[in-house]
Design a protein around this ligand. Sequence first.
Ligand code: SF4
Length: 370
Amino acid sequence: MAGLYFHIPFCKRICSYCDFFRVARLDLLSDCLLAMHSELDEQRNFLYDKKIDTIYFGGGTPSLVAPNQLQMLIDHAAQIFDCGSVGEVTIEANPDDINDGWIEQLRTTAINRVSLGVQSFDDAELKFMNRRHTGREAEAAVMRLQDAGIENITIDLIFGVDGFGEEVLSQNIERALSLGVPHISAYHLTIEPNTAFGRRLVRGEMCEISESQSEIEYAMLHQRLTAAGFEHYEVSNYALEGYRAKHNSSYWQGVEYLGIGAGAHSFNGVERHYSEQGIEEYIGGREYIVEQLTPRDHYNEYVMTALRCKEGIDCRKVADNFGEKVLRRVKECVAPWIDSGDVVVADGSIKIPTARFMISDAVIESLFEV
Ligand code: SF4
């Protein structure tokens, strides 16, 4: 099984926190789509005949592209790969792109899950982040999708924003829950250097929130969402039963994937490749940076993804894939975390209790092989 990811790198407006690969050159969209079709052909052998079971349109802003053009990419992929068992097909969308015409077209495609970039329902916070929509528009977008029978919706929220503390977060959670969506992703704001927030930070015009404030907000999300019946199954992800994100979960389980589009990454179990080309260079011809993964890379990657998930590290898997010696080292390294209650060992697995996911980076780092 494998995943197929299409990266649509176009945005109408650049959000203050964003350091994803994205461009505002909408005039290049058609040429970019043509290049993506070419790349699909060029990469036909990358996954060694693996069956595709999830497809994901991410960005950027895939909802800027007419759904029937996205369907053309799906159809093309189905000519190249075995897509007979594809279940989940997700599109990331911005709330202000969701109108009746777009939904009508979406319903004629294989796309069956919508990931809405809501980030906040608070208009002041949305403006601070330079988002294109208001809180009301975000709510209306969800309801429009639901009215059209699209109920597999996930929304993204951002927390940990300087100047917008627990009260705003509490209202955001309330409004998210009242919409009845089955999946919520909640990301702590990280301020990256090459962003508007990064420049403001350097100029002293904004701060990163304190660690204690981060913990308060993280705990609030965990408590409120789990109390509402959501399973906290990954550091930033909450789902009602049966609604875990299948495509993203496959990344965390080390499943192979092919990424198509400028800036997309691919992994086939042996190597990873990605492009650092700008959009115009990508359109002109694809060039990749290829990384061969060493056993140490595989181990570090496994530890990093496994400990961010509820299931944790499978001790048997570590012994089988990396050796008994590595497993012994893992057990020695986690001993202090077990003593402090930040890690538990149960059913042959080493895991971080979901309420303590906040400290996962520190635990992961202590287990890395350098
Ligand atoms: S819409 Fe998404 S990809 Fe585009 S600038 Fe905003 S956060 Fe970045």
